[in-house]
Design a protein around this ligand. Structure first.
Ligand code: 5AD
Ligand code: SF4
Ligand code: FES
Length: 344
């Protein structure tokens, strides 16, 4: 136990861990409090008390992929599909800007309806609003990523999901781990701020595998890392699996903060789905970003990645007030900037 405490202390200052040291931290729970407090101190020292809010627009739940864990997978016939049209997406962004959000995140399934031209139209119009634009729309070619960058896209989120090639092949049938890594490389080369992350608690995922995920994040020097528990969805082949737990997810996040002190780390929606104070706890264990939903009306419920997703019955205005209250209550401040990664 003393060994673990000195390991955490060392990491707080040198931001480096070996694979076996990460596994040790996972295996033991006696020092979790010290781990979370150290991650909180590193967060404060490097990225400060500001919390960056990113307004999330879930603009289409149509997806050509078939990820085993995801409710939007193409074989799921139990959900009603929707697409928000380009001009309506721009209007939602305008409203989000009105709520004070300085970043708009455009997220969807992999839906080819949104051609490069349509996406360029949407991105360039949102960029006129003096905000950062983050895309989270899946695997594209280098040329497509380049076209979005040229009209002003700033950031791109694409989780690696797992760095275990065999598990990846099982979880994401028809997709290639190598292509996923190619996407991350292309995005870096093009000058995007790149966000990735993993799911925690996938079937047969080991601590070693999670340690590899964390070392991968550091190895590619990701600018943002979003992690969350896998939550089994009734409408998927993984409906009878156990899913991830809150504590392990929090530990992955905290260890990532120790190793990558100046990156942006969101307190994710899935964390709050497993624990009613999940995002607050995450913000006090290394996180410095929240992504409140700005999707409106019926669409929110239909963006059903996993069951129990928070905020599905709430309005953008309600979420803005709700999350602002939570942040202020713990003595943190809402950032007024676009919230790019701070320089080391
Ligand atoms: N539980 C938790 N997260 C999920 N995602 C997809 N399905 C689930 C699930 N059942 C996550 C994936 C994806 C992100 C948009 O949502 O990690 O990258
Ligand atoms: Fe599609 Fe993304 Fe869901 Fe996979 S995780 S099925 S790519 S929306
Ligand atoms: Fe949506 Fe709290 S952030 S209800």
């Amino acid at each position: 136990m003393n060994k673990l405490i000195s390991l955490i202390q060392k990491t707080e200052f040198n931001h480096s861990l070996t694979k076996s040291e990460i596994i040790e931290l996972f295996k033991n729970n006696e020092c979790n409090g010290d781990l979370f407090k150290a991650a909180d101190r590193v967060r404060k020292k490097y990225v400060g008390d500001e919390v960056h809010l990113r307004g999330l627009i879930e603009f289409s739940n149509i997806c050509k992929r078939n990820c085993m864990y995801c409710g939007l997978r193409r074989d799921n016939k139990n959900i009603k599909r929707y697409r928000i049209l380009p001009n309506e997406i721009i209007k939602l962004a305008q409203k989000a800007v009105g709520y004070g959000y300085k970043t708009i995140v455009m997220q969807s399934g992999e839906d080819d309806y949104y051609t490069v031209d349509k996406l360029k139209y949407i991105i360039s119009n949102i960029k006129k609003m003096d905000v950062a634009v983050t895309l989270s729309i899946g695997e594209k070619t280098f040329e497509e990523y380049k076209a979005f960058k040229e009209v002003g896209a700033d950031r791109y989120l694409i989780r690696i999901e797992t760095t275990d090639p065999a598990l990846y092949a099982k979880m994401d049938p028809g997709m290639s781990y190598e292509n996923r890594k190619r996407c991350l490389r292309d995005l870096k080369v093009l000058g995007y701020e790149v966000g990735t992350g993993c799911l925690i608690g996938l079937p047969d995922q080991s601590f070693e595998s999670l340690a590899n995920d964390i070392l991968f994040f550091k190895d590619i020097d990701a600018d943002m890392i979003g992690v969350g528990p896998f939550i089994p969805n009734e409408d998927t082949p993984l409906k009878n699996e156990r899913g991830g737990d809150f504590l392990t997810s929090l530990k992955v996040m905290a260890i990532t903060r120790l190793l990558m002190p100046n990156i942006n780390i969101p307190a994710t929606t899935a964390m709050e789905t497993l624990n009613p104070r999940g995002r607050t706890i995450a913000l006090e264990s290394g996180a410095n970003v929240v992504m409140p939903n700005v999707t409106e009306g019926v669409y929110r419920k239909l963006y059903a990645l996993y069951p129990g997703k928070i905020c599905t019955g709430d309005t953008p205005a309600h979420c803005k007030n709700c999350i602002t209250g939570k942040i202020i209550t713990i003595g943190r401040v809402i950032s007024a900037s676009k919230g790019f990664r701070v320089k080391a």
